[in-house]
Design a protein around this ligand. Sequence first.
Ligand code: SF4
Ligand code: SF4
Length: 375
Amino acid sequence: MSTVNAVLVDSYDGELVYAAVCRHFEALGVAGDLTPETRIAIKPNLLYGKKPEAGVTTNPAVLRAVIRWLTERGFTNLVVAESSGGLFTAEYMRNVYAVSGYKTPGIQEYLNQDFTFGTRHAPEGSSVKSFNIITPILEADYIINLPKLKTHAMTTVSAGVKNLFGVIPGLQKPDMHRRCPDLDAFVGMLCELCQTVKPQITLLDAVDSMEGNGPGGGTVKHTGLTLASRDVYALDVTAVGFMGLDPREIPHLRAARQRGLLPEEITVTGDRFSPCSPAFRLPDTVKSTGFDDAVPRFLRKPAEFVLDTLLRSYPKVDRTKCVGCGKCAESCPQKIIKITDKKAGMPRKNCISCFCCQEMCPVHAISVKRGLKGM
Ligand code: SF4
Ligand code: SF4
């Protein structure tokens, strides 16, 4: 049985968030795990540099409260470690930290300055034999995973498990997409990565979450919740239920179930909460086909199957919004995006519909269109 602790938090007021972290860490017995020598890595979500109120990144108030909790108890051997969607270099990350509100007292003293990586073998039986992982995570004795609750164009939901993709160094992430080109392979790899990194604690920032075209281009939804657990899968199941979604429909949770990683039973302690109503809006990439009303209920599943077999979602650039920054081309695992006359062009041929391009576009110029597979 796994336990997930819930604490309602109405805003990012520093004292409120700190009180929530105290309750979580008390409930989970975190102090008993640590000594002053324990090397602690805190892994937030910094998809890219974005102001905290945009709901893309783990809010600095949550990170600051975790650091405060640790340092006030003498656990100061810690580092904030993340590799964003772009380059894993000092210069790139300096800008990400600054824009995201991490270059502020109580955080900036602990920001990672080591931009190297190493390799760790994946567990026996994994499809990926080993992972390249950023050094501060590799060297940590204790990992506190600090995800943000968001919808996700490819994986539907980004919470505890998906957040760990940020331990893959910089532009090696597109390479992982290339090696795992379909959704099942990708979410299976995410589970294997999670089993390789094995965070001790996951604390989810769902004070403000993201719905719609997450993880970068959705809209903020005030949800007023934090969840914490020693079991990242139990936390994700609980978070998905809170979003008003069915955990059985979420690809990485299906993959986790197939691998025997989901707990038989989850106990939720702490504050009571209800599933969001209405549920989180899903990304355009995973929305239903829209013909439900026109098709009798008993035919919807087969009709969806036929459409899914014939159609696929592809990215489409709005040339009036595109500023030609090239971030989409940089993140595309298939290297098919070309920037011509300061505008991005995306052919469908060889596109694997990973939506890294949409995720990384800073001006939300990329939308999703359904089209015939391979055309
Ligand atoms: S064009 Fe976009 S969706 Fe297609 S492979 Fe490249 S990054 Fe992925
Ligand atoms: S990331 Fe967005 S703005 Fe930048 S080139 Fe690509 S589509 Fe254009």
